[in-house]
Write a protein of this length. Structure first.
Ligand code: NAD
Length: 303
């Protein structure tokens, strides 16, 4: 048996196609969705992620800005930039590329982003809304994983899903989304004694640990869906996930590759969140103009 390949790049292209009319509708109202990325330091992986995001914005017709700060920047400088972006009417979404240099308080910085512009979904408000079951802006990687499962027609409700990794940006929000969709969820972490006893019983295995070859073929059930979130650079420079792809492919029912799996979905969900944020902000400013008795938006396409 050879698993069905979950082609994240292909699914992402379909996401962009469904976003295009929404972006065009915003532009007819004089709104070009805008994303700002705050980058501090010179971590090559972070720079490459930002390049991909900027490229995706340009391809989708979004405005983007990168605020590039030196590794030794003061926290006040970062907070000052976020304050300016929070107030900018050209910017509807703000992200802070993680990890930040160690001397910066990442939590304080991320929590300073206006909730409506928190397109990474990392604010306590947006994470709390997810816990509550009323998600607003949801973290992009978990959202991309769920989108990918749905797109492939992989059932979630009533299935047993094992998530490897419990970070605030991937593992935990992903577990919450799966729970809200009716899955029975097991979350493993680095102290779980034998993750194979859990993954071996799962219908869906999602690896998000950042450990190459952590999930081997003998650890998964025949026919399971295997989603590889991990991104690991091997000493020779090769990019791999957390799953032994070739081995697992022969046993799984579905498998996502690295690269070309969850990565492009994460970027597509970021663009999608930015468009949603722009729509909400445009609706709110139209409401407040109406309340003030100002002229409505020009919907004729000439704005
Ligand atoms: P993290 O380091 O914050 O968290 C890793 C988690 O994995 C921790 O909860 C840890 O307990 C767990 N873990 C580590 N070793 C383990 C082991 N041997 N067994 C079981 N659990 C183990 O990382 P993160 O930010 O959640 O990212 C996880 C991976 O996903 C990284 O490789 C990262 O690069 C990748 N990632 C990919 C995307 C994407 O778009 N594809 C997005 C975000 C993160």
């Amino acid at each position: 048996m050879s698993a069905i390949l979950l082609d994240g790049a292909g699914v992402a292209r379909q996401v962009y196609a469904t976003l295009a009319p929404r972006i065009a509708a915003l532009q007819r109202r004089g709104v070009r969705p805008g994303l700002a990325a705050v980058l501090a330091g010179d971590d090559p992986a972070s720079r490459s992620y930002i390049r991909n995001k900027v490229r995706a914005c340009a391809a989708a017709g979004l405005h983007s800005e990168v605020r590039d700060l030196p590794a030794d920047c003061a926290e006040g400088a970062v907070l000052g930039i976020i304050d300016e972006l929070n107030r900018s009417s050209n910017i509807h979404g703000i992200i802070v590329q993680l990890p930040l240099p160690r001397h910066l308080n990442g939590n304080r910085i991320v929590q300073s982003i206006r909730i409506e512009k928190d397109v990474d979904g990392f604010s306590w408000h947006n994470l709390g809304a997810l816990v509550e079951g009323h998600p607003a802006l949801v973290p992009c990687t978990p959202l991309g994983v769920i989108f990918m499962l749905d797109h492939a027609g992989i059932a979630i409700e009533g299935r047993h899903a094992v998530v490897i990794g419990r970070s605030n940006i991937v593992g935990k929000p992903l577990a919450l989304l799966l729970i809200s969709r009716g899955a029975t969820v097991t979350v493993c972490n680095s102290r779980t004694p034998d993750i194979g006893t859990h993954t071996g019983m799962a219908d869906i295995v999602i690896a998000a640990a950042g450990r190459p070859r952590l999930v081997r073929a003998d650890m998964i059930r025949e026919g399971a869906a295997v989603i590889d979130v991990g991104i690991n650079r091997l000493p020779g420079g090769k990019l791999v996930g957390d799953v032994d792809f070739e081995g697992a492919r022969a046993r799984a029912g579905w498998i996502s590759p690295v690269p070309g799996g969850v990565g492009p979905m994460t970027v597509a969900m970021l663009i999608s969140n930015t468009v949603s944020a722009a729509e909400r902000q445009a609706a709110r400013s139209a409401d407040s103009r109406r309340e003030n008795g100002d002229a409505p938006d020009d919907l004729t396409g000439t704005a």
